[in-house]
Design a protein around this ligand. Structure first.
Ligand SMILES: [Zn+2]
Length: 233
């Protein structure tokens, strides 16, 4: 376990409950959990990034196997690609939280997203199949940065066109996961009701008992003081 700028980097075995974003691009941002209190980063190596990509079916198995072999031979280059992917991940968290709180994204963030998005477009080819033109991953796309490129591609093509009020940040304590609210009424507040919903409810209950006041930050998340640690595990 190591710490970088207050973020604990830990090894993590991905489970179904980690995949709640509604799109792989948001699930990638959610590989850091607890950004509001005690952030933990689950990507401790490039092979872990590949594990995550396999878990969310981001890329075909054939491509992931090629990347795994390549990472074994060139660990330094793979580590640099992981660092680049993490820079994109943090930029995307900032981008989405700004959109949620109705603030314009920075030019730097948009420029970075554009750079990876273009790499994502370049990794595709257009083919005509069964009467449709389809975008498919090129068979020779096996760059270490392909995962970041695919994340940016998905973010621009699938997530950002969604109505703003469907992009959400979990209001549970020590979570800050992003997700697409696809509920019928559009009132989903938690990544998972059983985890963050209940944690927030019990916090509200005890806060009321103690007569503490509620405060909200600019993203609309709620918190109570003092901030006792409640983990999402
Ligand atoms: Zn949550």
């Amino acid at each position: 376990m190591q710490t970088v700028l207050g973020v604990i980097i830990e090894s993590h075995k991905f489970r179904n409950r980690d995949i709640i974003g509604g799109d792989a691009a948001l699930d990638f941002v959610n590989t850091v959990t607890g950004r509001d209190q005690s952030p933990r980063d689950w990507l401790d190596s490039y092979p872990r990034l590949l594990e995550w990509a396999a878990f969310v079916h981001l890329l075909p198995k054939r491509v992931l196997r090629t990347l795994a072999k390549k990472a074994h031979k060139e660990p330094a280059a793979a580590a640099i690609a992981l660092a680049r992917a993490k820079v994109l991940r943090e930029a995307l968290f900032e981008l989405v939280t700004r959109i949620i709180s109705r603030r314009a994204p920075t030019k730097t963030t948009l420029a970075l997203l554009r750079q990876h998005w273009i790499a994502g477009i370049n990794a595709h080819e257009l083919r005509f199949e069964h009467g449709h033109v389809v975008a498919e991953l090129r068979s020779d796309a096996t760059d270490f940065d392909l995962i970041a490129a695919m994340i940016a591609y998905r973010m621009v093509e699938h997530v950002l066109p969604l109505p703003i009020d469907r992009l959400r940040i979990c209001q549970g304590p020590n979570c800050s996961w992003l997700f697409i609210d696809r509920s019928k009424g559009g009132r989903r507040r938690w990544c998972d009701m059983a985890v963050c919903g209940n944690a927030a409810k019990s916090r509200r209950f005890y806060a009321r008992l103690r007569g503490l006041t509620q405060v909200s930050d600019s993203t609309g998340r709620s918190a109570y003081h003092p901030r006792d640690q409640v983990t999402a595990e």
